[in-house]
Design a protein around this ligand. Structure first.
Ligand code: ATP
Length: 334
């Protein structure tokens, strides 16, 4: 959708507020493309040339064992002549092909068990495929499990240093960002910095995981269904941070069951159904297909006006956040 179409389709317009950032003009400028932000600042350094894919997934497949194997009884071994049960396996993912470019924001949708988390794990390199390959040409910051891959017996402080260190940050760099990470995670995490991580509540684990992973300088970010866990205030901070990461040109892979989150951040959607890639296209069309498969006749199509309104709101929110961030940077640099 473009600005002119969106403005024609809906009556929604943003209202000016007291706390609007300098430069924000809701009357005439509403969308990202109308503002000249200059060069997007950011710490991301790409090894990949513009236009080259940063993720290339070719004929990817993975086969899992179904259920747990029971040992054969002596009678079964004698009468069947076999020494073990036949392995019952299934393909959790098969024939998956796609590429992702620099700065793309991709939403993964699909029903429970569709293979979304498995795909992210293979992109992150924590699971190896049985067929095909996933080639990733940039560093990846994965938040693909609630625990963020942190170690339960280490304290939160030790986990911050360990995780950031594994992603190539020096001790001095981590020292510099330490307070920013902990401030973002919130006072409960600050109070528990020296407590073993496994004693954290799931909300505190997600806060710390999100704060650390999004503070890394990796160009590719994988986020698996973690935004749903935090409270409303934390979610709002996460949304702003995600917008900032996208503005810096990072590539995002987001798994979520929240239509709002997917539509807010992602421009492209991948729909996994029964372990196969059922659709790859613009996020709103992919969401539409997924919802109509899921809900059948009960699914009410969003009107063009509703879509246009969501699009304008998202653009407006990105603009305000970006101007606010530029203002903070300018004040800090003055
Ligand atoms: N290590 C494993 N061993 C055996 N089966 C597995 C393993 N990991 C995942 N599976 C199975 O693979 C399928 C895909 O799982 P996956 O977690 O990727 O789905 P998902 O789309 O992320 O689901 P949800 O939306 O419920 O999180 C499921 O049937 C799941 O039970």
């Amino acid at each position: 959708m473009d600005r002119a179409t969106a403005l024609e389709l809906t009556d929604w317009r943003p209202t000016a507020g007291e706390n609007d950032p300098p430069g924000y003009d809701p009357e005439n400028k509403l969308t990202w493309d109308d503002y000249d932000f200059g060069r997007v600042p950011g710490t991301v350094e790409w090894n990949t040339a513009p236009g080259e894919p940063v993720i290339r997934v070719e004929n990817l497949g993975i086969e899992f064992l179904r259920g747990r194997k029971r040992n054969l009884s002596l009678r079964e071994i004698i009468f069947t002549g076999r020494s073990a049960h036949d392995k019952q396996t299934f393909w959790a993912l098969r024939n998956i092909n796609f590429t992702v470019g620099r700065g793309e924001a991709v939403g993964l949708v699909g029903g429970n068990g569709g293979g979304k988390s498995t795909l992210l794990k293979m992109i992150a390199g924590t699971l190896l495929p049985d067929e095909g390959k996933a080639t990733v040409s940039e560093g990846v910051a994965p938040l693909i499990e609630l625990t963020g891959g942190f170690i339960g017996d280490l304290s939160a402080r030790e986990n911050i240093y360990l995780t950031a260190g594994l992603h190539g940050m020096s001790k001095e760099q981590i020292d510099e960002r330490f307070d920013e990470i902990v401030d973002f995670a919130g006072p409960a995490v600050r109070d528990g910095l020296d407590v073993p991580y496994r004693h954290f509540s799931s909300g505190m684990q997600v806060r710390l995981g999100f704060a650390v992973i999004t503070c890394l300088d990796e160009p590719i970010i994988l986020v698996d269904e973690v935004l749903a866990v935090g409270d409303a205030a934390f979610r709002s901070k996460c949304y702003t941070r995600m917008e900032n990461l996208l503005d810096e040109g990072r590539t995002l892979f987001l798994v979520s069951h929240s239509e709002g989150d997917l539509m807010r951040f992602c421009t492209r959607g991948l729909y996994l159904k029964g372990g196969e890639l059922a659709m790859d296209g613009p996020m709103d069309q992919v969401m539409e297909q997924y919802m109509s498969d899921l809900m059948g006749a009960d699914h009410t199509r969003p009107t063009d006006a509703t879509r246009a309104e969501s699009w304008l709101k998202r653009e407006d929110s990105r603009v305000r956040n970006r101007l606010r961030r530029d203002q903070v940077r300018a004040t800090a640099g003055a």
